[in-house]
Design a protein around this ligand. Structure first.
Ligand SMILES: Nc1nc2c(ncn2[C@@H]2O[C@H](COP(=O)(O)OP(=O)(O)OP(=O)(O)O)[C@@H](O)[C@H]2O)c(=O)[nH]1
Length: 361
């Protein structure tokens, strides 16, 4: 049982009939969007880069608060007190269009026309530089059937304090907060793209790294199309823990159904040489985990956009191929064929689930 509550001390809106585990992610998104609409129809002001109080940039947010979390105790100062998952509106008014398939155009830096490049060829999921031929053809013909409703779930996991929230906030809001505020449970952001001319969204789930919130966060791993395991480049122990985080996240998903990324954060804190040294071990581990490796800095923004563009393009291509495969009944190869093997049923964040799940509430 969940209760809708407005974040920052406003009143409760009522209740809604699914548990976080049962509620398909698309339903949660759609409902969150609706609540957002009911409260705020004008665009949010542009976020202030490097604002110290980034969580407040743009005014109030609507939070969908799981009651179970309220029982776990108070949040750290400064973070949403009940801290379950928040339905943030993302950038200035962009969420408005998510209720209508053909909303206003996405911002220019979210338009992807050519396949984004990897960070290092030594640990990348695909070496190719173009979209799959059939994907390009399908997109050119706008032969998608589901235009405007495509959404993939991305789950970010890793130790506490490695910078998961900062990475997501840098990408989605272009802010960086120097103060640490622990994530409690989970939180998500939705980011809209246009890929090969087709509207597409990533639903990016930020999970708590603290052990005491792990059981709550893990309830949201299911249905992920992308798993991002983050570690702190300045803290080698956090790299060692990524394998366990990945195992936990994979356990909740169909074998072979997720793209995996290993991301080293806080690149700005290391010299070039120290970063290269840290990357040697990280790249080795990434290969073992069949993950693509990236080094990023949420503080400076280095590689953040490029990284999420890559995530979006890979997830988009996969979901189009899966759609085509479903329609034709014949398996299509994703990528180069050596590093990636996608099997099993499509993730439940696909459009097919969106429609049916919307009916439930
Ligand atoms: N210098 C630097 N500091 C960073 C960077 N990313 C995050 N930090 C800092 O690291 C601390 C932890 O960042 P968070 O993003 O809150 O970490 P988290 O992984 O989300 O932590 P949990 O929510 O507890 O799981 C904060 O004080 C951030 O300001 C970065 O790229 N560079």
């Amino acid at each position: 049982m969940l209760a809708w509550t407005k974040w920052k001390g406003r009143e409760c809106l009522g209740s809604f009939c699914c548990s976080p585990q049962e509620a398909p992610v698309a339903t949660v998104t759609a409902l969150a969007n609706r609540v957002w609409h009911s409260f705020r129809c004008e665009p949010r002001p542009d976020p202030v880069p490097d604002a110290r109080d980034s969580l407040d940039a743009g005014g109030s947010r609507v939070a969908l608060v799981a009651m179970v979390i309220a029982a776990t105790g108070p949040a750290r100062p400064g973070r949403a007190a009940s801290g379950a998952f928040a339905a943030s509106a993302g950038h200035s008014g962009r969420m408005r269009s998510s209720l209508t398939p053909l909303g206003p155009p996405v911002s220019r830096d979210r338009i992807i026309t050519s396949f984004p490049k990897w960070y290092t060829p030594e640990a990348c999921l695909q070496l190719k530089e173009h979209f799959h031929g059939q994907v390009s053809t399908t997109c050119q013909r706008r032969n998608m059937g589901t235009v405007g409703l495509r959404l993939s779930k991305v789950v970010v996991v890793g130790d506490l304090y490695v910078g998961k929230t900062s990475l997501i906030h840098r990408f989605c809001k272009n802010v960086f907060d120097r103060d640490y505020k622990a994530t409690i449970g989970v939180d998500f952001e939705i980011e809209r793209f246009e890929i090969a001319g087709i509207p597409y969204s990533l639903q990016i789930w930020d999970t708590a790294g603290q052990e005491k919130f792990k059981c709550i966060a893990s309830a949201y791993y299911r249905g992920a199309q992308v798993i991002i395991t983050a570690f702190d480049l300045t803290d080698v122990q956090t790299l060692g823990h990524t394998r366990q985080w990945l195992e936990d996240a994979l356990r909740e998903n169909e074998p072979g159904s997720c793209f995996v990324f290993l991301v080293g954060t806080k690149k700005d804190l290391l010299s070039g040489a120290a970063c290269e040294q840290a990357e040697v071990e990280a790249v080795r581990l990434a290969n073992e985990m069949q993950a693509e490796y990236w080094s990023v800095s949420a503080k400076t923004g280095e590689n953040v956009k490029a990284f999420f563009s890559r995530v979006a393009a890979l997830a988009f291509e996969q979901s189009v191929l899966q759609d085509l495969e479903r329609r034709s009944g014949a398996p299509l190869q994703v990528g180069d064929g050596d590093l990636i093997r996608m099997e099993g049923s499509p993730p439940e964040t696909q459009e097919s689930t969106t429609s049916s799940s919307l009916g439930c509430c």
